[in-house]
Design a protein around this ligand. Sequence first.
Ligand SMILES: C[S@@+](CC[C@H](N)C(=O)[O-])C[C@H]1O[C@@H](n2cnc3c(N)ncnc32)[C@H](O)[C@@H]1O
Length: 502
Amino acid sequence: MSGVDAGGVDPDLVDAIGADLRSAGFTTDGVAELLGADTNAALGRGVWWPVLRVTHAAPTDRQRLAVLVRLLLLGTEEARDLVEAAFPSTSLETLAANGVLEFTGDKVRAALDIRPHSDGARDFYVVSDQDAAVRRGPLRHDHVLGIGGASVSLARAVTRNPVRRALDLGTGCGIQALHLDAHCDEIVATDTNERALALAAMTARLGGMSWDLRQGSLFEPVAGERFDLIVSNPPFVVGSGARDYIYRDSGVAGDALCQSLIEQIGAHLSPGGTAHIMANWIVREGHDWRERVSGWLAGTGLHAWVVQRELADPVSYVSLWLADAGEDLDRQAQRGGEWLDWFTEQGIAGVGMGMISLRVPRDGELPEQILEEITGADEAVTGAEVDAFFARRAFLRDTSDDMLLAARLSTAPVFLEAQALPGPDGWQEVGAAVRRPGGPAAVIGVDEVMRALLAGCRGEVPLGALIQLLAAHHGVDADALAQAALPEVREAIGRGILYQAE
Ligand SMILES: C[S@@+](CC[C@H](N)C(=O)[O-])C[C@H]1O[C@@H](n2cnc3c(N)ncnc32)[C@H](O)[C@@H]1O
């Protein structure tokens, strides 16, 4: 068990550890270079034997790096002299006394997970507890989660515009705060778990960053304060309210924590502010998921884009979280059974998982809240897409039909996808769509006229004039064609397929 307590690790020792890790070449590039592309990819997939093979065969001048990879990323037990050599600036006794390492007989193993992480521009270290794959046995109650799938999805979905104040609610190992550091002047990071704050402090210090770390639940630690950007990957797991693990169980039943977070968030956003929340929501038999999440949003007064990325059935959902905690099979069966019984009592048919992006409307503007199911692997919600989504909605609200007809529109880089069936006269087209590759839900069905219109939108001719040309070509009334085309043009703009040329 990690000996790091709420008091955290002595900052001077953290600096010494950082210096040793860097001088050994323990960086994302350094590890990738040592392992080679295939073995590094295997490490990313949790396949470790090739990593052991490469690190044990490392040349003498890469020994320190090889030992650090095994010790910190695989959780192996290593000979004392090797670990001593890997940390020349400090002693094993000091590292053990501070809960960074622990002695196991005549060997040493890591008590923490310290891994290099790149935000694309800079390299950092992220400090967390070791997950169930690295350390066998159940996790401790106050386990501090490392970088997981949800952390990465949230980091990708955050808008990266420079802002003054940002809040990372439920910071854990500090992964979101770390990404905020590049574009936010001031970062407040909160957590209920004191150990999480201690490890986040290490993450910050190792990266030469400084965050205002505060303990408390939801918005308690920031009462009365506002932020330009709020991000949160909260303990969203839907359960009976038991609190087995702080990192995932909120201690309140169902999806009430996500509901409270959404309902309170508006009071903490500055004018024009943005929030990104990972959330799970209950889907009851015979109900659309949108009803529930719309209810949370109704009183917020915020613009919203809610994307359900996945809908898990109860067995898949419970299995996912049971596997995460590293418990033995009997315990999993018992806990899983109780969990499923609770789902049945509550009439829960599934759990929706997704991303809630929010923005404060301009003065006098009515909030617009759009909820959609977008599940394609290549349709991930990114910060750039969220920004563009809100900008497109603002453009559509601000632009009357007359203004739109006078505007010069351009078509984004898109593909026309035709569906055809084989028939007696060859292929017969039965439908067509235009897709902006990589855009979430960036696809619209198109008929002949819309196809021609999209092909003609090159930012040169006003939309109204293009419609007149098309009407003349097809021998139809131009006004009637405009009335029919405008809703489709608006849909295409909303999906980022058409945009106003400069
Ligand atoms: C799923 S982890 C997310 C950690 C990290 N932010 C990330 O993106 O990977 C959720 C974090 O929220 C913290 N937490 C739990 N209950 C909380 C609450 N009521 N208010 C604030 N944070 C809470 C947990 O201790 C944990 O560190």
